[in-house]
Each structure stands twice: as structure tokens, then as C-alpha cells.
Design a protein around this ligand. Structure first.
Ligand code: ADP
Ligand code: MG
Length: 458
């Protein structure tokens, strides 16, 4: 007889009849009244009855002196030889709460906040300022400022970092009194499906989320087209927001571009604050690189300045790749070059396969052009980009500007001006035009340009 709801009353009736039989058999009312009268049948499982008795002493009596009497009564009434197990009410309660605990504990066991991802080591620049500020506000006043906070961006731009930073901040500042849960959407899907069979209404999952104070939900786009899971998430999400608990969500797209996601979720996501992280600009990339170099326990002085520019220019669309390139370079320099100075050549060599398999020499950037031209005219790069206007230096400078325009597609006049000590764009145009017109008559200059082009292109 399984112990589902339907059989509860049946079980009760059965037990009442058994008790009555025991009372008749005992013929000692005082014993019956003290030890048996309030015993009840908790469950029947695999031919085993679980009976709750009012004390340990009662159990002892039932298991010894009255064992056979009880067994007979049961057999007579139920026509079955049930085994009987006894427990006190108190022990039963303890067992239950322990079970409840372990059940809860089994959800999202692997979900931990990464202590290494904090606000302290998150570099802020124009591209991520809005998202970063919103994250800080939410972390300092969970549930009070923006709910939900929704952060979206392309991959590798710091969403997961920010979520963990929020989690670390809240945990630390509330001394662990707030239960903060960081989970990725696909882990939520897995976890939901894992328990669906055993708990079709997901009651214990809902219970679990009742005990969560802050939900940091990463990569919500993975819920798209998973209707059942979305429904469960909607339930949990709505309950948390209604209870004033902070929810932070990240995604690779803004809410209304999450095609296939439940409309109700899209609408609700937009009710808090929606912020994006854009592509990082070169300056911030360089700052991130500096921070990562220091975090690696290395000195920034090991690196030629143009190495950082080189990495920033090649990997700026993704901070993860930027970081990957730097790690690879450090690994390469330490293991293969055994050098304490990381030059552009070393960097280009180390990152060759990451920069599209091009050979070192074929990677052209402004810095390479400046270095090559300076070298050709026996100048230092800083003389070339400086303010000295004597004949040869000015010529070399114009040649460099000209080659940057010729060999690189997307470098604006303003950017070139900046490289040459903040000259304005008309100065750059003049320099380039000067070379252009000279070239028509000046064979020596033409030869110089050809030679330089050859060297730059490798
Ligand atoms: P996303 O979740 O958007 O794909 P992540 O948060 O995983 O990106 O970031 C990728 C890597 O780049 C991580 O190692 C992260 O620590 C680092 N990162 C991203 N943005 C920054 C930043 N502004 N400052 C420092 N590190 C960052
Ligand atoms: Mg991420």
C-alpha cells in the first residue's frame, strides 16, 4: 500500500482497527492508555509499517514485551505480516528536516561565486562604464535600485565578471547573511530537468529559490525555446522580484532581440534597467593589459610600450582574447625567449597563430611603420613622432604619415595626427600631399618609399 494522499484515510482506518485489537488483547488499560493509545501509523512501505510512538520507552515496550502481541493483531486485522518499525515524533521531525536540508543542498552544488572576479580588478572605461556603475549600485543596495538589472554584450566583454563582482561584494558586505546565487542559464536548465521526474511540480526547486536572496543569472539567452524551463524560470523570477530580492541578468542580446523567449519575460526584463557593454577602446584595453601584467606579478617595464598597443589593436573586440593573447605572450617569453624584455618582435612571434597565422613581418601597424621609417632615416621613433622640424626629420615624418595612409586602411587623419604628437589633421594632409607630389619628380624619394614598403611588408 503506497502512502499517497488517497490511501491516508484507508491507512488511518486500518490502524484504528489494529489499535482496537491490541487494546482487547492487552487487557491492561493503564498500559494501553499510557503507551499505545496515541501511537499512529506514519507510512507503509514495502511491507514495513512505520509507527510513531509517544516515547522511547513506549518503543522499547513495543519492540520487546508486546512484540508478538502487536504482530498478531496486525496479522489478524490486515491479513498481512507487516514488519513494524517505531520512531518518536521528535526523531521523525529531525529526520525530515535533515532530508529537507540535503535535498536543498543538492541544487546548484557546483554554483560558486568566483572570488577572483571583483570590482577591484575590473577596469572601467567608456565602453563599460554604464554597466559597471549600475552593477556597483545594485551591489551596494540590493533590491532597492534597479530590479532586474539586465546587462547585455558580445562575448568576452565582462558580463560574467560583473555578476561575480556583485556577488562577492554583497556576500562580503552582508557578512554572508544574504544567500547569493550565481548560476548560468544552462545549469538552470540541467538542474530543472534533473529533478523533473522526481518532483514534477518542482516544489522543492521553488522552495530552494525561496531561500535565495540575490539571483545572478548568467547568459539568459540559453533559455530561448526551452518552454518548460522558461515557465519555471518565470515563476521563480517573478516571485523573487515581487519579494524585493535583487535579480541581475546577463545576455548576449537586449531583451527584445531574444527571439523565441517568452514575451512576458522580455517585458519584465525591460522593466528594470537595461545596459550594454560596447566594444572596448584601445586606451582601456591597454589599461586592462597593464592590470593583468601586474596581477601576474610582472613588471610593466618588461614590455615595450608598442607591444601593448599591438595586442590592444589585434584583440580589442574581446577582453577574453586580449587576456589570452597576453598570457600566451608571457608564457612564450618566459619559456622560449628567456628574455626580460618583451619587444614587438617577440610579441608578434608569440602571437603569430592568433593573429591569423600571418608571419611576424607581415603584421603591419602604425608602430611598425614608424619603427621602420625611423630606422631607415637613422632616427629614434620618438624623434620621428616628435616636434623637431629640421629637413631630414620633417621629411622622414612626412614619409611615415604617407606610408600609414597608403598601407593601412582604416586609420583616420586625426589618429595619425595624434601619433605624431597631437598634430591636427591639416598638418597630416599637408605632409601626405607633399610626399605625393614630390614622388612625381624625386627618384630618390621614390626609391626610398619602395624600399620602405618592402621592409614594412616583410
Ligand atoms: P562575458 O561573460 O561577457 O563573456 P567575461 O566576464 O567572462 O565575459 O570576461 C572575459 C575575461 O575578461 C574574464 O577573464 C574577465 O575577468 C576579463 N575581463 C572582462 N572585462 C574586464 C575588465 N573590464 N577588466 C578586467 N578584466 C576584464
Ligand atoms: Mg559570460
Amino acid at each position: 500500500m503506497p502512502t499517497n494522499d488517497n490511501s491516508v484515510s484507508e491507512m488511518k482506518r486500518l490502524w484504528e482497527r489494529i489499535l482496537e485489537r491490541i487494546r482487547l488483547k492487552l487487557q491492561e488499560d493503564v498500559v494501553f492508555d499510557n503507551f499505545f493509545s496515541d501511537a499512529y501509523l506514519e507510512s507503509i512501505n514495502n511491507n514495513e509499517m512505520l509507527v510513531v510512538a509517544n516515547s522511547r520507552t513506549a518503543i522499547q515496550l513495543m519492540e520487546t514485551s508486546y512484540k508478538s502481541l502487536i504482530a498478531e493483531a496486525i496479522k489478524e486485522i490486515s491479513q498481512t505480516e507487516f514488519k513494524v518499525k517505531y520512531i518518536t515524533e521528535e526523531d521523525l521531525k529531525n529526520q525530515r528536516s535533515q532530508k529537507g536540508e540535503t535535498k536543498k543542498g543538492t541544487y546548484f552544488e557546483k554554483a560558486v561565486i568566483n572570488p577572483d572576479l571583483t570590482f577591484d580588478n575590473f577596469v572601467v572605461g567608456p565602453f563599460n562604464r554604464e554597466a559597471s556603475q549600475a552593477a556597483v549600485l545594485v551591489a551596494t543596495k540590493p533590491g532597492k535600485m534597479y530590479n532586474p538589472l539586465f546587462i547585455y554584450s558580445g562575448s568576452g566583454l565582462g558580463k560574467t565578471h560583473l555578476l561575480n563582482a556583485i556577488g562577492n561584494y554583497i556576500s562580503k558586505n552582508t557578512y554572508g547573511t544574504q544567500r547569493v546565487l550565481y548560476i548560468a542559464a544552462n545549469d538552470f536548465v540541467d538542474e530543472y530537468l534533473r529533478y523533473l521526474k522526481a518532483d514534477p511540480e518542482s516544489e522543492s526547486l521553488k522552495d530552494f529559490f525561496n531561500s535565495v536572496d540575490v539571483l545572478l543569472f548568467d547568459d539568459v539567452q540559453f533559455l530561448v525555446d526551452k518552454t518548460k524551463t522558461e515557465e519555471m524560470f518565470f515563476y521563480i523570477y517573478s516571485a523573487m522580484i515581487a519579494a524585493g530580492k535583487q535579480v541581475v541578468i546577463t545576455s548576449d542580446k537586449q531583451p527584445n532581440e531574444l527571439k523565441g523567449l517568452d514575451e512576458r519575460l522580455v517585458t519584465r526584463f525591460s522593466q528594470g534597467l537595461v545596459v550594454s557593454i560596447k566594444d572596448p577602446e584601445r586606451e582601456t584595453c591597454i589599461q586592462i593589459l597593464r592590470q593583468k601584467i601586474e596581477a601576474n606579478g610582472l613588471s610593466i617595464d618588461m614590455f615595450d610600450e608598442n607591444v601593448l598597443i599591438f595586442i590592444a589593436d589585434h584583440f580589442s573586440s574581446n577582453v577574453r582574447e586580449l587576456e589570452g593573447a597576453l598570457n600566451r605572450l608571457i608564457f612564450y617569453a618566459v619559456n622560449f625567449q628567456k628574455t626580460d624584455r618583451i619587444t614587438l618582435d617577440v610579441a608578434a612571434e608569440a602571437l603569430q597563430s592568433l593573429t591569423g597565422g600571418k608571419s611576424i613581418n607581415s603584421i603591419i601597424n602604425e608602430q611598425k611603420i614608424i619603427d621602420t621609417v625611423a630606422d631607415y632615416y637613422h632616427l629614434t621613433p620618438s624623434q620621428l613622432t616628435g616636434t623637431n622640424r629640421t629637413g631630414q626629420v620633417a621629411l622622414a615624418r612626412h614619409v611615415a604619415m604617407y606610408l600609414i595612409r597608403q598601407l593601412l586602411q582604416d586609420v583616420s587623419l586625426k589618429k595619425i595626427g595624434d601619433m605624431f604628437g597631437g598634430k591636427d589633421h591639416t598638418t597630416v594632409i599637408n605632409g601626405v600631399q607633399r610626399v605625393d607630389s614630390e614622388l612625381k619628380t624625386n627618384i630618390q624619394l621614390k626609391e626610398a618609399i619602395d624600399e620602405l614598403t618592402k621592409r614594412i611588408k616583410g
